[in-house]
Design a protein around this ligand. Sequence first.
Ligand SMILES: Nc1nc(-c2ccc(Cl)c(S(N)(=O)=O)c2)cs1
Ligand SMILES: [Zn+2]
Length: 267
Amino acid sequence: GAELHWCYEIQAKVSNYSCLAPDQWQEDCQKGRQSPINIVTAWTEVDKSLGCFSFSGYDAKHKWQVTNNGHTVMVALPNGITISGGGLTAQYRATQLHLHWSKELDRGSEHSLDGERFAMEMHIVHEKVPGTSKNKKDVRDSKDDIAVLAFLVEEGVKNDGFQPLVNVLSQISQPHTEIEMTENMSLWDLLPEEKKLDDYFRYQGSLTTPGCEEKVIWTVFEEHIELEKNQILAFSQRLYYDVQQKVNMTDNVRPVQRRGDRKVSRS
Ligand SMILES: Nc1nc(-c2ccc(Cl)c(S(N)(=O)=O)c2)cs1
Ligand SMILES: [Zn+2]
């Protein structure tokens, strides 16, 4: 339609603002319980009900469909991958994973911890499985229809588990391109080992992309993923926002939003 499409600040700048920068995003994006936020760890409150997660299907090997959707690189996850526990009131089914990053290794994450930002942030998006809620009748459009597991990524040792994904990026450098990986991968290939996932932060927020619906229960794990510098930089170097491949896909990061009166808990 006539209205401008949403984009990140870096895109708005290079395109002379022919797209909507984050401070102009519409729909629910200007409301008061948005994501991401800066997490001030000293203000977080321990919540004993935040137990460990049960991960099911995270070990399943699959040839992933990987897409450059013009905003990020997105992996469509196969059916049958679910989580429960972790203080969640229902079972959630994984639908997709995607990442946010920068070529500057201290401004590629969306959430920050005590003002510190990281090189990347990986989001595994899950949708509530209807009828599995422990609460009374499932209220539709509840504020926790979506559960996102967020992993902060920092520069460190080479991550062999990520390399097959890094290797396919150049095949989807243009937006709206997709490939099926030839190599089988599982979510555990990308994540820290399960026993390191007991410690996390928890708060209520939103999608960090338009329509910014305030229906996400966020989990930000304390254990970080490490990638070697060149693995991190590959995302900015091999992916583009535009078909002409003039604008590298980098800094696809929404600025932090006001926390307001929201509590951030920790397990
Ligand atoms: N087209 C696109 N959709 C997203 C997306 C979709 C659902 C969700 Cl939950 C998120 S996020 N960053 O809040 O995890 C991002 C990115 S780019
Ligand atoms: Zn995201």
